[in-house]
Design a protein around this ligand. Structure first.
Ligand code: NAD
Length: 716
C-alpha cells in the first residue's frame, strides 16, 4: 500500500500502474469533505514521491463515484466570508492542479454519479472513461452557487463554451451518450468492462501511445476563440440564461461571467476569476437559503427513512377508493413506482376516467422516449380497476379518495373496514376533514390515518401523513414507507383543521381577501407575489385549486379557528363562487381561461370579475409591493409558528419543506421559517404589529415575541 487513509488510498497494481481509490469510511457515498480533501493531498504527496508509479488510475469504492462537496461543511466556510470560501476552494484546486500536472498519465474510471467536485476531479484527469450506468454533471447552481473547483475553467476548454454554458447553467445531470457527444468524456463502456477498459487506456498512455501533453496544453491555456465570437456568445448566453433563471437566481449568470472573465486567461488566472464569482454567489441570500434547503431536505428524508425502518411490513398490495382526479393519480403513481393497486369506484365512468388519466401520463412518457411501450403495459397491468370489494381481503393499505363529504366518507370507511383484514391500514386523502372525526365510527382507529396527496399527484412531491389521536406508530410507519416507495416526500403531522399545509395556506388567502376588500387589484397582487417568488399569485392559485373547493375549505377552517379565520365580510372568493366562477375547472374564476396552442389552459384578464367585485370592495387603490407582501405573508407566518408551537409539525425544517413541496413556496427563500430567520424576528414582530387592526392572524405568538427579544432563531 502506497497510501492508506480513511477516505483515500493508493496501491500499486501491475506494470507501474497505481490506483487511487476514493472510499469514505462509514458513509454510503463519497464526497469531498475536509477529510477527503486532506487525504487526497497526502495521497498525491505519496504518488509524486514514488518513482515506480508510471500511471495513475482514479476509482471509487462505492456505487457512486463522488457526489460532490460535503454541503454540511458549507455553513462554517461561508460564515468565514471571502477568506473562508477561499480556503474551502484553494485546497482542492491545488489538489486538482497537482493531478493535472503529474509527470505520469491519469485515467479516471467513473463508475457511478460524479457530480460537482466529483466531476471536476474527473476533468482534471487526462482521460475519462464512463460507465454506461453513470452520470456526470455540475449541479452547483441548484445551491445558488457555481462550480468552484475548476468546472467553469476546464469544462469550456474540454467540451467548448456552448456545452459548458448549457451544462453549468442548467445544473442537469448528463447521461453517458450526452457526455460522450459533448466530448466531456473519452469513452463510455458497460459497467462490467469499466475497470479493464480504463486500465487498458492508461497502459496505452503509459506506453507513450497517447499525447498527454497536448491534452494538458488545451486545459491550461486560453480558450481558442476570437474576441468577436466570444463577445457575441457571452452576450447572448448571459441574456438567455438570465431570463431563464430570473432575478432571484443570480448564480447561472455568475457562472457564465466566470467563463467570460477567464476564457482568455491561463489556468491560474481563470481559476482566480472562478473563485471571485463563487465567493460572490456564496454571499447571496439565495445561496444561503438553497444550501439550508438542501440540508432541510436531507433532514426530512432522514426522518422519513427513520419511520420506514420502524415499519414491520412492506406494502405489497394497495387499493384506492374513488377513481377521480386524486384516486386516478394515486393509482398511477403507485403502479408506476411498482406497487400493484386496486382502484375501486362506484361508477364505471369514474374508473374509465382514472384509467384514461394513467394512460395519458404513460403515453406521454413513451412518446418522449422516457419509457418503453412494454414498461407502459407493465405499469397499466399493476392497476386493477374494480366496482366491487373482491380481493380487498388481501390488501396492505387502502387509500380512500371519494368525495369530500364527512357522511359519505364515514359510510365508505366503515364499509371498507369490514372488507379488509385486521392488519390493513386504512388512510384517507381528505384535504380538510379531521382525522379524529373520520375515525369516530371505526372499529380499528389505530389502523386509520390521513394520507394527503396534492394535485396533480404525479407532479407534487409532498404527502402529509396525518396521525389522529388513536393512530398507532405501526400505521404511521407503514404509510410513510409506502409514500417513500411512491417517490414522495412524506411529512408526518398531527391532526387539526387543514392539517399543516392548508392550515397555513388559508390564512394567506385570508390576507388576500382582506387586501381585495381594502381596494387592492388582484392582478397587481398576483404580480407582486410572483415577483416575490411564488410560482403563481393568490388569485391564480385559487383559480387552479378551484374556487368551490377553496370556499368549502375556508368554511372548515373558519369553524376550526373561528377567532382567527371566521369570516367577517363577503370575501372575493365567495363572490366568485356565488357567480358560478369556480376557476380553471370551468374556465372562469378571477381570470378567464382559454386553451393555448398546446391544449393547456391559459389565463386571460377579464372585466367580468372586476365588475362582480366592485360593489363589495373599497375604492381601488394602489399598494406598495412591500405592503402587499407583508399583508400576504404575515398571516401565513404566524399560523405556521402556531403549528410548530402546538406540535402539529415536529420541526422547522419539516414545516419549511412541506410548504415548498406542497404549495411551491419560493425555494430560494429557503422556507418560511428560514425567511423569518433571515429578516430577524424583532423586525418581523414590528412589521406585524403595524397591521394589528387586521385581526388575530396578524398577531405574532407570545413565543415569537420571546424570540424577538432574545434573538433566537428557528434554525440554530
Ligand atoms: P373527484 O370528484 O374527482 O373523485 C371522487 C371519486 O369518488 C368519483 O370518481 C366518485 O365516483 C368516487 N366515489 C364516490 N363515492 C364512492 C364510493 N362510495 N366508493 C368508491 N368511489 C366513490 O374528487 P377528487 O378531487 O379526486 O377528491 C377526492 C378526495 O381527495 C377528496 O376527499 C378531496 O378533498 C381530496 N383531495 C382533493 C384534491 C384536489 O385538488 N382535487 C387535493 C387533495 C385532496
Amino acid at each position: 500500500m502506497i497510501f492508506q487513509g480513511k477516505a483515500v488510498s493508493v496501491q500499486m497494481l501491475e506494470n507501474g500502474i497505481a490506483e487511487l481509490n476514493f472510499n469514505l469510511e462509514g458513509e454510503s457515498v463519497n464526497k469531498f469533505n475536509v477529510l477527503t480533501v486532506t487525504e487526497l493531498s497526502q495521497a498525491l504527496d505519496a504518488v509524486e514521491a514514488d518513482s515506480a508509479i508510471k500511471g495513475l488510475l482514479l476509482t471509487s469504492g462505492k456505487s457512486v463515484f463522488i457526489v460532490g462537496a460535503d454541503i454540511t461543511e458549507f455553513g462554517d466556510a461561508f460564515a468565514g466570508g471571502a477568506s473562508g470560501v477561499g480556503a474551502l476552494l484553494a485546497r482542492n484546486n491545488e489538489n486538482f492542479n497537482r493531478i493535472e500536472d503529474l509527470s505520469i498519465p491519469t485515467v479516471v474510471a467513473i463508475n457511478g454519479i460524479a457530480l460537482g467536485g466529483g466531476f471536476e476531479v474527473c476533468l482534471a484527469c487526462d482521460f475519462r472513461v464512463l460507465s454506461q450506468d453513470a452520470k456526470v454533471g455540475l449541479p452547483e447552481i441548484k445551491l445558488g452557487l457555481i462550480p468552484g473547483w475548476g468546472g467553469t475553467v476546464r469544462l469550456p476548454r474540454i467540451a467548448g463554451l456552448d456545452v459548458a454554458a448549457e451544462w453549468i447553467a442548467s445544473g442537469k445531470d448528463q447521461k453517458p451518450d450526452a457526455a460522450l457527444k459533448a466530448h466531456a468524456v473519452d469513452a463510455v463502456v458497460p459497467a462490467d468492462k469499466l475497470r479493464e477498459a480504463s486500465i487498458k487506456l492508461l497502459q496505452r498512455a503509459v506506453d507513450g501511445k497517447l499525447d498527454i501533453k497536448a491534452r494538458r496544453e488545451i486545459k491550461t491555456s486560453p480558450v481558442p476563440i476570437n474576441d468577436t465570437e466570444a463577445l457575441m456568445a457571452f452576450f447572448t448566453t448571459k441574456a438567455f440564461v438570465g431570463q431563464q433563471a430570473g432575478r432571484n437566481y443570480p448564480s447561472p449568470v455568475a457562472a457564465i461571467t466566470s467563463m467570460e472573465q477567464g476564457y482568455k486567461l491561463d489556468r491560474a488566472g481563470a481559476l482566480e476569476k472562478e473563485q471571485e464569482q463563487f465567493a460572490a454567489c456564496s454571499a447571496t441570500d439565495t445561496a444561503k437559503s438553497l444550501v439550508g434547503l438542501f440540508l432541510a431536505d436531507q433532514a426530512i428524508s432522514k426522518v422519513a427513512k427513520g419511520w420506514e425502518k420502524k415499519s414491520d411490513k412492506k406494502i405489497e398490495r394497495a387499493a384506492v377508493l374513488g377513481a377521480g382526479i386524486m384516486g386516478g393519480g394515486i393509482a398511477y403513481q403507485s403502479a408506476y413506482k411498482g406497487t400493484p393497486i386496486m382502484m375501486k369506484d362506484i361508477n364505471q365512468a369514474g374508473i374509465d376516467l382514472g384509467l384514461a388519466e394513467a394512460n395519458k401520463l404513460l403515453s406521454k412518457m413513451v412518446e418522449r422516449g422516457r419509457m418503453t411501450a412494454s414498461k407502459m403495459g407493465d405499469v397499466l397491468n399493476k392497476i386493477d380497476p374494480t366496482l366491487s370489494y373482491d380481493g380487498f381481503d388481501d390488501i396492505d393499505i387502502v387509500v380512500e379518495a371519494v368525495v369530500e363529504n364527512p357522511k359519505v366518507k364515514h359510510a365508505v370507511l366503515t364499509e371498507v373496514e369490514s372488507k379488509v383484514t385486521e392488519d390493513t391500514i386504512v388512510a384517507s386523502n381528505t384535504s380538510t376533514i379531521s382525522i379524529d372525526h373520520l375515525a369516530e365510527p371505526l372499529a380499528r382507529p389505530e389502523n386509520f390515518l390521513g394520507m394527503h396527496f396534492f394535485n396533480p399527484v404525479h407532479k407534487m412531491p409532498l404527502v402529509e401523513v396525518i396521525r389522529g389521536s388513536k393512530t398507532s406508530d405501526t400505521a404511521v410507519a407503514r404509510t410513510v414507507a409506502y409514500a417513500n416507495k411512491m417517490g414522495k416526500k412524506a411529512i408526518v403531522v398531527r391532526d387539526c383543521p387543514g392539517f399543516l399545509v392548508n392550515r397555513v395556506l388559508f390564512p394567506y388567502f385570508a390576507g388576500f381577501s382582506m387586501l381585495l376588500r381594502d381596494g387592492a387589484d388582484f392582478q397587481a397582487v398576483d404580480k407582486t407575489m410572483e415577483r416575490w417568488g411564488w410560482p403563481m399569485g393568490p388569485a391564480y392559485l385559487m383559480d387552479v385549486v378551484g374556487i368551490d373547493t377553496g370556499v368549502h375549505a375556508e368554511q372548515v377552517m373558519a369553524e376550526g379557528f373561528p377567532t382567527r379565520m371566521g369570516k367577517t365580510f363577503t370575501a372575493a372568493s365567495d363572490i366568485m363562487y356565488e357567480a358560478g366562477r369556480y376557476g380553471q375547472k370551468n374556465s372562469k374564476g378571477f381570470y378567464n381561461y382559454e386553451v393555448d396552442k398546446k391544449g393547456r389552459p391559459k389565463k386571460v384578464a377579464t372585466d367580468e370579475s372586476y365588475a362582480l367585485l366592485k360593489p363589495h370592495v373599497a375604492e381601488a387603490r394602489e399598494y406598495e409591493a412591500d405592503e402587499v407582501i407583508e399583508r400576504m405573508m404575515i398571516p401565513m407566518a404566524t399560523e405556521l409558528a402556531r403549528c410548530l408551537e402546538e406540535g402539529i409539525v415536529a420541526s422547522a425544517a419539516e414545516a419549511d419543506m412541506a410548504l415548498i413541496y406542497g404549495v411551491g413556496f419560493p425555494p430560494f427563500r429557503g422556507g418560511l421559517f428560514a425567511w423569518l430567520d433571515n429578516i430577524g424576528m424583532d423586525k418581523f414582530v414590528a412589521m406585524a404589529d403595524k397591521y394589528a387592526d387586521l385581526g388575530e392572524l396578524y398577531q405574532p405568538t407570545e413565543r415569537m415575541r420571546e424570540m424577538a427579544a432574545s434573538g433566537e432563531k428557528y434554525y440554530a
